[in-house]
Design a protein around this ligand. Structure first.
Ligand SMILES: *Cc1c(COP(=O)(O)O)cnc(C)c1O
Length: 383
């Protein structure tokens, strides 16, 4: 049985996979089982910020694996506490709850918002994506993800993105929190306007509603700032993180204001904040800082975006708009872009298509100028 046949027989058919078996990665490149090389412009969906198998991340995981892999949260462990210190410094918030993924960070945020406000309801945006577990799915707008699993959590309203008055009108006395992405990733790289997040922040203050910003995809330098909300001069009350935080080692986190607190026993997870995950994350943060990756994301993102903006159509599919922040760039086409993903892959560049028409670029932040130019040449040559 080939691997493809075995996958079809033994794994739940939830994923549509591109037809290659990736066996190895190094910096911005990965190789398939036939030894073919690809420039990875997706980075495991905004995860491998430091590139594949960054030596300092590998070394940190190796050292920690030889020392202590897991003990549970029944005890203190230093990597978890050190990582919490770092995340408090980076986010400007006060307390961290660790978990294992983005969807779990959303669950923690929902529970904390209910616990801290005594209120039950949430407002999220059309086109949002916050995860797949039943709570996080309740905040996710996409009909095809929700429908088969209803009923979901009651009391979630969806309002038009980038429309602050729609947000204001949706708030009721039961609204605990508003949940937003500063750039909607799965929704097609849609960017909140400068005024929108500022206005939403003011509305939340006036109406005594918490503002939860989901930085799961946008965090850790992806948009040319440590966190995307920094571009807007606002601060959330609660924020969620995952994806890039551990360079691919599974870990998520929720940061929050000091006055928003759980009580002992309110929430928890066996693996959460384990030494191995936290060591991977500490090394990731260290690499982002010491290699200036936040700045690189800003500069190289601009290079990528302006290169893509000079392309009018690919394979007869007209470009509607190229938009992005830092190295989070989407190329929005007039019709579906699945075929373009295949064409790029055949030519050695990995991308994906989100929201049907948006070709998404999320390369490692370690990508070089030459590699950006190579990507532009390959994509441009699709013609
Ligand atoms: C990926 C993503 C999630 C869910 O994270 P998982 O780790 O896949 O559970 C939540 N929010 C946003 C914005 C995401 O991009």
């Amino acid at each position: 049985m080939t691997l493809t046949e075995s996958e079809a027989k033994h794994i739940q058919p939830t994923y549509t996979r591109q037809p290659i078996h990736i066996t190895r990665g190094s910096s911005c490149r990965v190789w398939d089982a036939e030894g073919k090389e690809y420039l990875d412009c997706l980075a495991g969906i905004a995860v491998n910020v430091c590139g594949h198998c960054h030596p300092r991340v590998v070394e940190a995981i190796k050292m920690q694996a030889e020392t202590l892999i897991h003990t549970s949260n029944l005890y203190y462990t230093e990597p978890q506490i050190r990582l919490a210190e770092e995340l408090v410094k980076l986010t400007g918030l006060d307390r961290i709850f660790f978990c294992n993924s983005g969807t779990e960070a959303a669950e923690a945020a929902m529970k904390l918002a209910r616990r801290a406000t005594g209120k039950t309801d949430f407002i999220a945006a059309e086109n949002s994506f916050h995860g797949r577990t039943l709570g996080a799915l309740s905040l996710t707008h996409t009909e095809k993800y929700r429908k088969p699993f209803e009923p979901l959590i009651p009391g979630v309203m969806f309002v038009k993105y980038n429309d602050a008055s729609a947000m204001e009108a949706a708030i009721t006395p039961d609204t605990a929190a508003v949940v937003l992405e500063a750039v909607q990733g799965e929704g097609g790289v849609k960017i909140a306007s400068k005024e929108y997040l500022k206005e939403v922040r003011e509305i939340c203050n006036e109406r005594d509603v918490l503002l939860i910003i989901d930085e799961v995809q946008t965090g850790f330098g992806r948009t040319g700032a440590w966190f995307a909300y920094e571009h807007y001069g606002i601060k959330p009350d609660i924020m969620t993180m995952a994806k890039a935080i551990g360079s691919g080692f599974p870990i998520g986190a929720m940061a929050s204001r000091d006055d928003l607190q759980f009580e002992r026993g309110d929430h928890g997870a066996t693996f959460a904040g384990g030494p191995l995950a936290c060591a991977a994350s500490l090394a990731t943060i260290d690499v982002i800082r010491s290699e200036g990756l936040v700045e690189r994301s800003r500069v190289l993102g601009a290079r990528l975006k302006s290169g893509l903006q000079s392309i009018e159509s690919l394979a007869g599919n007209r470009v509607r708009e190229v938009r992005g922040m830092g190295l989070m760039v989407g190329m929005d086409f007039e019709s579906g872009c699945g075929k373009l993903v295949d064409m790029a892959r055949e030519r050695g560049v990995l991308l994906n298509c989100t929201a049907d028409t948006v070709l998404r670029f999320l390369p490692p932040l370690t990508i070089t100028d030459e590699e950006i130019d190579q990507v532009l040449a390959v994509v441009g040559a699709i013609g």
